[in-house]
Ligand binder design. Structure first.
Ligand SMILES: CC(C)(COP(=O)(O)OP(=O)(O)OC[C@H]1O[C@@H](n2cnc3c(N)ncnc32)[C@H](O)[C@@H]1OP(=O)(O)O)[C@@H](O)C(=O)NCCC(=O)NCCS
Length: 194
């Protein structure tokens, strides 16, 4: 398995019960198939941002994908994200597009300045709550501090707020992005001097 596929597999297992992913892709079998989509997201981050992983490249335990902004249409095409996104089928595709569009608008509104965007972080479920999630973020957070940049992320899981607050993120908005979809917490971490 390539490092990108291995990272995609970890992210799809980590996000299997994520409220927003469950809303967009309610069918369990289809959600297991999201490994291909997360693999393409990993390729996008390799090309347009940063990928951090812990453990062996062919079997990582934790993965984080960073960029300076969400993927736009040109990046979708260039990173090979279109085919796995279209393959999700019309319902999930429409829900992903509506959610992505709404999140991107809030993102631009709340964090228009240069920053680091945490697109995804996931720890393989058997390895969660052992400190790996914080560890796989530490390098990029330190880099953001060196560069004097804030960081931004979104989560649909309230339980994650404790985790992110420990890393100095705070909630800048909470609410519904799309009618019927789970609410999101939008978080920002201020730039810090090192
Ligand atoms: C969120 C996630 C990346 C955290 O990684 P992790 O390795 O489990 O977290 P750490 O061990 O570094 O930190 C654990 C601390 O975070 C908090 N925390 C993390 N997940 C939690 C949960 N589900 N419920 C309650 N607290 C949680 C707790 O304070 C916990 O400390 P404790 O174990 O002493 O109670 C990981 O749980 C994960 O992959 N979740 C599924 C995917 C996801 O939601 N990703 C983030 C979306 S933006």
């Amino acid at each position: 398995m390539s490092p990108e596929s291995a990272a995609g597999a970890v992210l799809s297992r980590a996000f299997f019960e994520d409220p927003a992913i469950c809303w967009a892709v309610p069918d369990d079998t289809a959600r297991r198939g999201l490994a291909r989509w997360f693999t393409a997201m990993t390729r996008w981050a390799q090309r347009f941002g940063e990928v951090h992983a812990l453990g062996p490249a062919e079997a990582p335990t934790a993965v984080s994908l960073w960029a300076s902004a969400p993927a736009d249409l040109v990046q979708h095409v260039r990173a090979g994200l279109l085919a796995p996104t279209l393959a999700l089928g019309p319902g999930p595709l429409l829900r992903f597009m509506r959610l992505g569009d709404a999140l991107a608008k809030w993102h631009h509104r709340l964090c228009p300045e240069p920053h680091r965007y945490l697109a995804f972080v996931g720890v393989d479920p058997p390895h969660q709550r052992k400190g790996l999630g914080a560890e796989v973020l530490r390098g990029e957070l330190a880099r953001a501090d060196r560069l004097g940049l804030p960081c931004y992320l979104e989560t649909a899981t309230e339980a994650n707020l404790i985790f992110y607050r420990r890393l100095d993120f705070s909630v800048v908005h909470h609410g519904s992005m799309v009618p019927g979809a789970p609410g999101f917490w939008l978080l920002k971490r201020p730039m810090r001097s090192t």
